[in-house]
Write a protein that binds this ligand. Structure first.
Ligand code: HEC
Ligand code: HEC
Ligand code: HEC
Length: 349
């Protein structure tokens, strides 16, 4: 006997299968217990799907340069503070509570070897559904993700001592005095531990530091690293920390780099482009942040972010000034202005 396949029969089979699936879901027979783990075949299937998804999507959803090893301190500090609970880190065991998840987070000192940089970038930016692996909690901060890719790449083979050196000891003191936690990245002297991406805080205006902390906390100024660092601080804590860092020596000073074109923009602006003189606002006695002695890479990155290159990450309505100004600076002057200000640094003691 042969069964003829007709449209009506096919539809009936699909309807029956749908009803069966609903009945199984309704009955409670599916075990969602994390305690029971996955069957080997389910585990294999889910990871097969995940690996294929990551590999395919990262082709067009990861940038050409997915990794940046120029600043591992902020990545390591962020890893210790927000990834190690699940993944562990060199010298740090993961939380036993989170080890009891299904799937448990893999040991990256082993698993990182299985992925290329652009795969890691994609996973860090987007997270992994149904697994508890979170997405990057800040918009437009490809720079932060790139630094984290570089760190994860180095986890295999990284010694506990090396990890501790990078985090400035945050690992041991997390949960103790909050200033010490900040100092893991910013240094006990507020100079940012020679890292290009970590600004000098000493000598900065305390009101400006406080406004920055609040903007990170609310998400108005996007940064996963800083948002996580201030997540649990109250207003009084933030005020104390801003005052403490700003009282340290650091920014300020008068001797600047010899660059006539940069100096002209700072003192006179560019009337042809409606660009006001930087010094009309950024000058002693005015309520604007101090730029003299700030790190060149940080100043340049801030200006590019305001230009929307690649993204605007600080678009507070009440601070609409700098995006307009940054867009009027000729592109070739961004790095020169940044260097001009950086050279004003008072000599390091
Ligand atoms: C709540 C727990 C949790 C946190 C917090 C977490 N992860 Fe994960 N992560 C996971 C889980 C679970 C997986 C495994 C996904 C899977 O099985 O496919 C994973 C996978 C990964 C992978 C891919 C490795 C692989 O082979 O699956 C990388 C890389 C990674 N995480 C890095 C990070 C970084 C960096 C952070 C911090 C910014 C972080 N994770 C925070 C739970 C977490
Ligand atoms: C894991 C590393 C890390 C930790 C911990 C950390 N910071 Fe930061 N901080 C950074 C980085 C990186 C930036 C630059 C962020 C950006 O690009 O917006 C920054 C920026 C800042 C700024 C903005 C300065 C400016 O010129 O606008 C302030 C203020 C600040 N941090 C204060 C703190 C305080 C207070 C703490 C402790 C509660 C802290 N940070 C903890 C890495 C860290
Ligand atoms: C009209 C006043 C004004 C002028 C002119 C001005 N700025 Fe600003 N600038 C500000 C304000 C206000 C902030 C703080 C922005 C914020 O908190 O979001 C700022 C912040 C900055 C920062 C970030 C500092 C930090 O620590 O994160 C940089 C870099 C900067 N300005 C560079 C410049 C340069 C370069 C020029 C000249 C081309 C310039 N500014 C001209 C008002 C001005």
């Amino acid at each position: 006997m042969t069964i003829r396949i007709t449209w009506a029969r096919m539809l009936a089979v699909i309807a029956a299968a749908t009803l069966l699936a609903l009945a199984i879901g309704w009955s409670g027979a599916v075990n969602v217990a994390a305690s029971s783990g996955h069957w080997k075949v389910t585990d294999w299937f889910l990871h097969w799907v995940m690996r294929n998804s990551v590999k395919t999507r990262s082709y067009w959803q990861a940038p050409e340069q997915p990794s940046d090893a120029s600043g591992l301190v902020s990545a390591a500090g962020h890893f210790a503070a927000s990834c190690a609970v699940c993944h562990g880190a060199p010298g740090l065991r993961p939380s036993p509570v989170l080890r009891a998840a299904t799937p448990p987070a893999p040991d990256l000192s082993v698993n990182a070897r299985q992925w290329q940089d652009r795969h890691l970038y994609w996973i860090l930016e987007h997270g992994v559904k149904f697994s508890g692996m979170p997405a990057w909690p800040a918009e437009g901060r490809e720079d932060e993700i790139r630094r984290m890719v570089a760190l994860v790449r180095r986890l295999p083979g990284m010694s506990p001592a090396e990890f501790r050196r990078l985090t400035g000891g945050v690992a041991e003191i997390a949960g103790s005095n909050r200033f010490e936690t900040c100092a893991g990245c910013h240094g006990l002297d507020g100079r940012g531990r020679d890292q290009r991406d970590i600004p000098v805080l000493g000598g900065q205006k305390p009101v400006y530091l406080l406004a920055s902390l609040k903007a990170y906390q609310s998400g108005a100024r996007q940064s996963a690293v800083m948002r996580n660092a201030v997540a649990r601080l109250g207003d009084a804590d933030m005020r104390l920390l801003a005052t403490r860092f700003s009282a340290m020596p650091g920014l300020g000073g008068a001797s600047r780099a010899a660059d006539a074109a940069a100096e002209r923009i700072v003192r006179q602006g560019l009337p042809s482009r409606d660009l006001p003189a930087c010094a009309s606002c950024h000058a002693p006695g005015k309520p604007y942040p101090v730029l003299d002695g700030q790190k060149a890479a940080y100043v340049a990155a801030r200006l590019r972010q305001w230009r929307g290159d690649p993204h605007e990450v600080d678009a507070r309505k009440s601070h609409a000034t700098m995006p307009v100004i940054a867009r009027r600076i000729p592109e070739e002057m961004i790095d020169r202005l940044a260097t001009y200000y950086a050279k004003a640094a008072s000599p390091r003691k």
